[in-house]
Design a protein around this ligand. Structure first.
Ligand code: HEM
Length: 368
């Protein structure tokens, strides 16, 4: 019976051949656990989509109702607290694993020729996932959401030339209103997920096209010169994706899901109090992945300097990261043989951790 169904599909779409091609991808034999982060990210995105769809059954994207409908999901919907918890901790985990995946790719020099486009597509995914986190935070409709919308709207309005225009796009006008929530909602559930759904297959297609580079160690027996593009497509020893790599991917995905589930049950998703537009001394708290940026705002206070923290430093930093494969064009991959790149990478991560930790310290209420 099963064979008949298989034959039926084979005659029409060559299913078995497609599956064999997918499963037969050659993966560098060494360090397979380090290559599990990419598929883990795809798995985490699916979790976000599934839990997000169920949340939509009850969530109301209308400012006074948003916080109350989230509260209702958490306290009155069957398994609602777990659903919300998984959506929140799944998002946090996804952003954290993005940083781990990027660090792995950075330190192993896997963004270099011929993998520049993998990095560029990855940067698009990175930006969109961070914006998914930010817009999700705003959708809760609590006091933090309200003030985060206002702070970020202020930040966007400092963009040279198009600041005023951006403000109108984000807010749907000049004031935070019902339309603001509707705009953020549309961006969070439609626009940004669509970009991710388009870019994950593009990214994985590109990775498969050149083959996984893996670790520089894999190439020590190659006779080809370092600047030969083909050298970096053929590691010395490989294993097939199925069963070797798929097994590792599944173990990691299950383990990480168990951690997310535990965090969802144990810590849940805090809803926080209803927003009060007149509580002008409320100090909003950003989610952990935005604390470093928030901290930066404090170092450049006042009208003359604020453009450094709201626009110049983030934009220049992002542009450098985006263009990394075109800036760092050396052929050396090993982190030990390119000390400048390795030290810079470590310093950048330490700065990020430092700014995040001090950004997370309790704040005095704002005076505005
Ligand atoms: C939703 C986000 C992402 C998904 C689903 C994803 C998926 C994947 C997968 C499945 C692989 C192959 C397995 C592996 O090496 O782990 C991979 C490799 C790669 N990714 Fe990503 N990725 C994402 C984000 C990023 C980001 C943010 C960057 C960098 C800015 C990036 C750059 C790369 C590069 C350069 C490779 C090739 C690595 C090599 O050949 O060794 N990816 N990605």
């Amino acid at each position: 019976m099963f064979k008949k169904i298989q034959d039926w599909f084979d005659e029409r779409i060559g299913l078995t051949e497609l599956i064999n091609e997918f499963n037969g991808e050659r993966i560098p034999a060494r360090g397979g656990w380090a290559y599990t982060f990419g598929s883990l990210l795809a798995f985490l995105f699916i979790i976000q989509v599934v839990t997000g769809i169920f949340l939509l059954f009850y969530y109301v994207p209308y400012f006074p109702m948003a916080r109350n409908s989230t509260y209702f999901i958490k306290h009155h919907v069957l398994l609602g607290n777990i659903l919300l918890g998984i959506h929140l901790w799944g998002a946090f985990t996804m952003i954290f694993i993005l940083l781990v995946h990027m660090s792995r790719v950075y330190f192993s020099g896997s963004y270099k020729k011929p993998r520049e486009m993998q990095w560029v597509a990855g940067m698009v995914l990175f930006s969109v996932v961070v914006f998914l986190g930010l817009t999700g935070y705003m959708l809760i409709g609590n006091e933090n959401s309200w003030w985060t919308i206002n702070v970020l709207d202020n930040v966007a309005s400092h963009t040279p030339l198009i600041g005023g225009f951006l403000r109108i796009i984000v807010k749907g006008g000049t004031e935070t209103s019902v339309l603001t929530m509707q705009h953020i909602f549309a961006v969070h559930v439609w626009l940004l997920p669509l970009v991710v759904i388009m870019f994950i297959p593009i990214h994985i297609f590109l990775v498969r096209k050149t083959g996984e580079q893996g670790m520089p160690l894999e190439y020590k027996n190659s006779k080809l010169p370092d600047d030969d593009i083909n050298k970096w497509k053929h590691p010395d020893a490989t294993v097939p994706f199925f069963p070797d790599q798929l097994f590792k991917d599944m173990i990691v995905a299950l383990g990480v899901f168990a951690v997310i589930y535990f965090l969802a049950i144990y810590f849940g998703a805090p809803i926080g109090p209803m927003f009060r537009p007149l509580a002008l001394n409320f100090a909003p708290e950003a989610d952990w992945y935005f604390l470093a940026n928030e901290e930066l705002l404090k170092y450049f206070p006042g009208h003359g300097l604020i453009i450094f923290s709201t626009f110049l430093i983030p934009t220049i930093g992002f542009a450098i990261l985006f263009a990394l494969p075109f800036i760092d064009r050396g052929h050396e991959r090993s982190p030990f043989k390119r000390p400048a790149a390795t030290v810079l990478g470590i310093l950048f991560l330490l700065l990020l951790v430092y700014l995040t930790l001090i950004g997370g310290e309790p704040k005095a209420p704002a005076t505005v």
